[in-house]
Write a protein that binds this ligand. Structure first.
Ligand code: SAH
Length: 394
């Protein structure tokens, strides 16, 4: 392809030869004049040998690679890439399954498409672009989705308004690229959820907790459950469907609590086993006494950047200490961190410190992570962000 060129400094091709999908600005020797943000570029080593094709962007990550072969980036390219991602979800039993019609179709680097997220909600594809280059490919991505899904696709909603870098010169507005608001009830392992992609957080639902919610439902029977940071009530619905004695849901957002109540009512009409509280989690945890024997802590990313790491680790320690201290003997705690900058080891250390403070006997039963429709590209370990521990407190 005849694209503008970026030439790397000697030695800087090494990470690209190991298929890392980013090029940092410091690795660049020279580049053609007048390359626009978002433009496709060819990357070569210092001797002019082809390395990759990617999207150029001003910033510390200067190029996000979408192809390691010298190929035409045309409609066929997009059709093939997205079809491959679809086939993987089908193999995982997530697509074309009558009990499940919600899954992540494209997970950025994990699907070889840095900057692109697509979640599929029972006929509606919700796109979220994190790079300008991806945003500019919107039409081809839309065509590819129509081509792959045919009449199974009812709408495409783009939600890139808050994810496109604000310094760029494009000002995306959230809206439908195809179709309009239609079916917004989805099925996840047979559990029903109403999804609000227009108003909800992220693309509307935390699909990444699917397998962990399923595991929780296997522990729920007969237990008194507390679901902290409940958002749409995912864990609450699974616990109730798993025959929990009762479930309490906590979220500081009234909107989230309304959604939780709505989802519980849809799955278990008229149940009296659920109560939801719109309060601060840290305050609520001070009041729980010995009421619960199954607690879920799934907070938002406490640290979005490295400089917030120390405070985040303290917050994980504080909230876990409360849960471990107050849970009934024989209790089970599902505890998570979705902060990418917090490593698995650091998270485990904060739970360790929390446990040590209480002096209780604590054992790890399961170590959890993100599911297969949020794949981690082995050449991009930064893509592993969700960490969870299931611990047993004697
Ligand atoms: N467990 C959820 C996802 C949680 S997202 C699921 O499976 O879908 C994190 C949630 O934490 C958000 O809904 C947000 O409103 C809530 N939240 C953030 N800070 C909070 C706080 N201090 N107290 C209670 N809830 C909080």
């Amino acid at each position: 392809m005849n694209l503008p060129k970026i030439i790397l400094k000697p030695g800087k091709e090494q990470s690209i030869k190991r298929y890392h999908p980013w090029i940092f600005s410091g690795a660049i020797q020279t580049m053609n004049k007048g390359i626009n943000e978002g433009e496709l570029v060819t990357i070569t080593d210092s001797k002019g040998e082809f390395l990759a094709i990617g999207h150029y962007q001003i910033g510390s990550i200067a190029v996000r690679i979408i192809s390691f072969t010298n190929t035409e980036i045309d409609q066929q390219f997009w059709n093939t890439k997205i079809k491959k991602a679809y086939e993987l979800r089908k193999m995982l039993g997530l697509a074309e399954n009558k009990n499940n019609n919600v899954y992540r179709l494209i997970h950025g680097e994990g699907d070889g498409l840095p900057g692109l997220i697509i979640d599929f909600y029972n006929g509606t594809a919700v796109t979220q672009m994190h790079s300008i280059g991806m945003y500019l490919c919107m039409n081809q991505i839309t065509e590819a989705l129509k081509n792959i899904y045919g009449n199974k696709l009812t709408a495409i909603y783009d939600k890139s308004e808050s994810t496109i870098p604000f310094k760029s010169d494009i000002y995306p507005k959230n809206g439908y690229l195809y179709g309009s608001l239609s079916e917004d009830i989805v099925l996840e392992y047979g559990n029903k959820f109403k999804i609000s992609w227009e108003d909800g957080q992220k693309t509307g639902f935390f699909i990444d907790q699917r397998e962990n919610r399923k595991l929780l439902s296997e522990y729920a029977e007969g237990r008194a459950v507390l679901n902290v940071f409940s958002y749409t009530g995912g864990f609450s619905v699974y616990a109730l469907n798993g025959k929990a004695k009762f479930v309490h849901s906590v979220d500081s957002s009234q909107k989230a609590i309304d959604l939780t109540n709505e989802n519980v009512a849809m799955n278990l009409p008229g149940t009296s086993n659920h109560e939801a509280f719109a309060v601060d989690a840290f305050e609520f945890m001070n009041t729980i006494d010995n009421k619960y024997d199954l607690i879920i802590l799934d907070p938002p990313a406490f640290a979005k950047h490295n400089n917030a790491l120390k405070n985040a680790l303290q917050a994980y320690k504080r909230i876990n200490a409360k849960a471990i201290e107050k849970i009934k003997p024989g209790g089970i705690l599902f505890t998570f961190s979705c902060s990418q900058v917090v490593s698995k080891e650091e998270f485990r250390k904060s739970v360790f410190a929390a446990a040590a403070n209480t002096g209780r006997n604590v054992r790890i039963l399961h170590q959890l992570t993100q599911p297969g429709d949020h794949p981690v590209n082995i050449y991009h370990p930064e893509g592993e962000y969700l960490k969870g521990l299931v611990i047993y407190v004697e």
